[in-house]
Write a protein that binds this ligand. Structure first.
Ligand code: WTA
Length: 632
């Protein structure tokens, strides 16, 4: 299954296009199935209806755990590195992980969870998070992991959207020098979540928490009541594996649904290939399991391949900006997969944090989540990879389940800031505004995918129409990614960023409409408009134009009130970097906000605003430009 030469990549790619069913059928033979499929693929992008490995039966945890026990049961599956470097790290071998997953799966059953039930997980980056995820999969329950930075309201919305029955959380989480009261946040959320019957609480930071009789139980107590034998539930290839909420250009986040068979094959295949993983190597992905990168490339991808995956609780700058390099040195990390925002942040500390650090174990570097600028690419290459480690700039999305366009380490010649070429099985095309394919090289357009791949989303939970509208209706018979893209003279792809109203702040996806809704919930605010602007470290910053709210003469305090409101409604990750109070927004006569103008103002480039003749009140633009100059 592993590609070892560029020639082989070309052959595999060709085969995957000419005969996709044969190609993926062969790839899937590398996994363990209880029953084989009778049809590799049936699809229709109009409905959309996509089925991979129809009729096949499996359990993904048998692929991630059981099948490794005989040969590599004593090999480390997870190495946990705590937030505080003074604390001991923890190694779980495949045997130990298997045992713990089975035991916790029995805890879930004991608490009433069964196949098909939705379970919300809101936990710190500790081994128990991976255990909880795998335990859900073991019994066929559908996990919905929520990143620890989201607010009670965001959690409640997600729990209610998918009617979760059980919540798994911890007393609290450490993030750098901060402590986050996870259980308190969950308590606030659960006030409005009638479907939740049980909440399982892990002790981690030892902060006092409220425990509600009949609903809340301790993880540590529960595991004492069960044994560690748990037969895996037999799942259909198209049974739901998990839901992961992500932001779009409109309204509430949507629950992207991935299914068991196709997702497993795709996560495993892409992991083995993109990182050129070799048995025994230590692989470190710095993402949080609360995001898709953590799902596919900390948990399912690496474990399905019997890899050793480092799970890091902390942040790159705590206790010092040497932390990543300390972790690399300590665990002799061979592959480091991180985000451009982390690279840019560490770069800003100069060379000192790198002094005396032994990074010689590094063989492959990876980047994900946002476009990587050339400066950051070169720094990563020279300072971390010492010019010898290939950088895989991996483009993909929550919806794609796994990496789509990326170099294959040691195989594909790389080029700074290019995600390079599509992986076998992936057929990208660029289209213009009207959906016409843009052929040839040296062109730009909107990135679409014209053929299904096993890891693609199947629906958005509880609202199939939304899935159809969002991804399959902009251009008929194409999956639309929402990204703009350049294909250069060599046929290499470079992702230029979102072409819709989705922001990418420090690699986190945030919808402008979501932030506007949150700002508008502040009592004094009438209306607001949010746009992104280039930010040196975060990639994009959030700029909010807010129509003068009632502020009792205290503009600065009102700004802080607005930030507090956004934190309450969404979470701290969605806080605007800049707030500008204005008396009006540039609207067309039909009432549409001309975001193009606001983007220009936010970028600080108002030399050419384009056609403003359709504006209802052009004078408002001059006022905004003037006010923006005064804002730091
Ligand atoms: C962006 C993260 C440029 C892109 C895995 C995409 C990237 C969105 C890259 C998905 C990359 C991701 N280069 N842009 N290598 N990787 N993106 O769902 O805009 O959190 O649509 O998935 O991140 O973000 P998501």
């Amino acid at each position: 299954m592993q590609i070892t030469s560029f020639k082989q990549y070309e052959e595999d790619f060709k085969k995957s296009v000419e005969n996709p069913e044969q190609f993926w059928g062969e790839v899937a033979q590398n996994f363990q199935w209880r029953k084989p499929w009778f049809k590799v693929l049936s699809w229709n992008f109009e409905a959309p209806e996509i089925k991979w490995f129809e009729g096949a039966k499996l359990n993904i945890t048998e692929n991630c755990l059981d099948r490794h026990l005989e040969k590599s049961g004593d090999q480390p599956a997870i190495i946990w590195e705590p937030n505080n470097p003074e604390e001991e790290s923890v190694t779980l071998t495949y045997k130990m992980l298997h045992e713990r997953v089975c035991r916790f799966a029995n805890v879930l059953k004991r608490n009433g969870a069964k196949k098909g039930d939705r379970i919300c997980i809101y936990m710190p980056m500790v081994p128990e998070l991976a255990i909880a995820v795998l335990a859900c999969a073991r019994i066929g329950a559908v996990h919905s992991v929520i990143f620890g930075g989201f607010s009670a309201k965001s959690i409640a919305d997600r729990i209610n959207d998918s009617q979760c029955k059980v919540v798994i959380t911890a007393d609290g989480a450490y993030r750098g020098s901060k402590q986050i009261p996870l259980k308190d946040v969950i308590d606030d959320a659960l006030i409005g979540c009638p479907t939740v019957e049980k909440c399982i609480v892990l002790t981690h930071v030892r902060t006092p928490v409220s425990m509600l009789k009949g609903r809340d139980v301790w993880w540590e107590d529960e595991v004492k009541h069960v044994n560690d034998i748990c037969e895996a539930e037999e799942m259909d290839a198209e049974d739901m594996l998990f839901i992961l909420y992500t932001s779009g250009s409109t309204g509430k986040p949507k629950g992207v649904v991935h299914t068991c068979g196709g997702y497993m094959v795709y996560a495993g295949y892409t992991f083995a290939n993109v990182f050129n993983y070799q048995p025994g190597e230590v692989y470190f992905c710095t993402a949080d399991i609360g995001w898709i990168t953590g799902h596919s490339y900390i948990v399912y991808g690496p474990l399905s391949q019997g890899a050793t995956s480092v799970l890091f609780e902390g942040i790159p700058t705590y206790p010092t900006p040497s932390r990543f390099w300390d972790v690399v040195e300590k665990h002799k990390v061979n592959t480091l997969y991180t985000a451009p925002t982390a690279i840019r942040s560490l770069m800003s500390y100069g060379d000192e944090p790198l002094e005396g650090k032994d990074l010689s174990s590094i063989r492959v570097l990876g980047s994900v989540g946002e476009p990587i600028n050339e400066e950051a690419w070169h720094w990563f290459d020279e300072k971390i990879g010492k010019g010898k480690a290939p950088i895989v700039d991996t483009w993909w999305q929550t919806e794609t389940g796994g990496i789509m366009i990326s170099p294959i380490a040691t195989v594909t010649p790389t080029k700074p800031s290019f995600a390079t070429l599509p992986l076998p099985g992936i057929q990208p095309i660029l289209v213009d505004e009207n959906g016409q394919e843009i052929v040839g090289n040296g062109v730009m357009g909107n990135l679409c995918i014209k053929f299904p791949w096993p890891g693609m989303l199947r629906t958005t939970y509880g609202d199939h129409e939304r899935c159809k509208q969002t991804y399959f209706s902009t251009y008929p018979n194409l999956y639309f990614t929402g990204d703009g893209c350049l294909r250069d003279e060599d046929g290499y792809y470079r992702i230029t960023g979102r072409v819709d109203d989705v922001l990418n702040v420090s690699g986190h996806r945030i919808g402008t409409a979501e932030v506007e809704n949150a700002i508008n919930m502040h009592a004094g605010v009438v209306e607001s408009a949010v746009v992104g602007y280039p930010h040196d470290v975060k990639g994009q910053g959030i700029y909010a134009f807010v129509i003068n709210p009632e502020m009792h003469g205290e503009a600065e305090l009102t700004k802080k009130d607005i930030l507090q409101t956004v934190t309450r409604v969404i979470g701290a990750i969605a806080k605007p970097d800049k707030i500008l109070f204005v008396s009006g927004l540039p609207k067309t006569r039909s009432g549409k906000i001309m975001r193009r103008i606001l983007r220009k103002v936010a970028e600080g480039d108002t030399s050419n605003l384009g056609d403003t003749s359709t504006l209802l009140d052009p004078a408002v633009v001059d006022e905004i430009i003037e006010a923006a100059k005064a804002l730091k």
